[in-house]
Design a binder for this molecule. Structure first.
Ligand code: ATP
Length: 263
């Protein structure tokens, strides 16, 4: 459903006055996401995972390459194509507390994408209650602000907002990283259930390989802006080909061994 072809992206920033430095963050990235699958992107902090996701949803512009969504080029979208892209693809970020407007009541945050689409208030209200039910929250949460909810509850609201317009592809960027382990498991389960119920495709970004193992159909491994291996989850975990993937998997095994010793 989505194809990324030879994507490059650099950032430039000032070092000392009048000097600019350029770093290449994405280097010739190509892959495909198939309809209804869960593709996970893993890699160390700073390897370019978020930048890649931002390029897909047009929050960043790539320097080169193409992004093709169901046969349509969405790399540098005009207004019409951007509308198409945002009805088909939605992204959820790591910190819901910062991605939700702190001044808005939860009701308004959930209603916003529906209102922007021109739906009347009665329809909006109905859908907000439906979404609330989908993500396991109740009416009492609607009249609060984000700082009056827990991290896990805010992440549920962010998920509700993202699925409000029935996207085909959901991009979840480290959405459980700031949560307790038990809440992580609940959010992961919610995502799996919604994906199934709504027939969605999922691009799940994480550096937590234990989570990835539980949710992924395929895994793409990134290192320093390059995609070094992509394969079925089973192959990645039991028969990794690339030295970097082998290193990641063995550090994960060591970590779970350490946890068992500590228990
Ligand atoms: N707007 C920006 N300007 C300059 N450099 C940036 C910008 N955004 C990201 N970077 C740099 O690009 C690199 C990749 O960042 P990115 O956030 O994509 O990595 P990541 O793999 O998602 O990391 P993490 O797992 O920590 O979120 C990093 O070195 C980061 O410092």
């Amino acid at each position: 459903m989505l194809e990324v072809k030879a994507l490059d992206k650099s950032y430039s920033f000032s070092t000392i006055p009048f000097r600019k430095k350029r770093i290449k963050v994405l280097d010739n990235i190509s892959f495909r996401i198939n309809k209804h699958e869960t593709l996970c992107i893993v890699g160390e902090s700073g390897c370019g995972k978020t930048t890649l996701a931002k390029c897909i949803v047009n929050l960043e512009n790539p320097d080169n390459g193409k992004i093709i969504l169901e046969g349509r080029d969405v790399t540098f979208p005009d207004r019409k194509t951007l509308y198409y892209l945002h009805t088909k693809v939605q992204m959820i970020f790591q910190n819901a507390d910062t991605s939700l407007n702190p001044r808005h009541h939860i009701y308004d945050s959930m209603a916003e994408p529906l209102r922007l689409q021109g739906q009347n208030e009665e329809k909006v209200r109905k859908r907000v209650f439906q979404l609330l039910d989908h993500v396991g929250l109740s009416e009492e949460h609607l009249h609060r602000h984000p700082h009056q909810l827990s991290g896990g509850q805010n992440q549920r609201i962010a998920i509700a907002r993202a699925i409000a317009l029935h996207p085909d592809l959901l991009i979840a960027d480290e959405i459980t990283a700031a949560l307790d382990v038990s809440v992580q498991a609940q959010i992961l389960q919610l995502l799996k259930t919604l994906k199934k119920e709504m027939d969605m495709t999922l691009l799940f970004i994480s550096h937590d390989l234990a989570l990835v193992k539980r949710i992924a159909d395929r895994v793409a491994v990134m290192q320093d802006g390059r995609l070094v291996e992509i394969n079925d989850t089973n192959e990645i975990f039991h028969n990794p080909q690339c030295p970097y993937t082998k290193e990641l998997i063995s550090s994960m095994s060591q970590l779970s061994l350490d946890k068992q010793i500590l228990k």
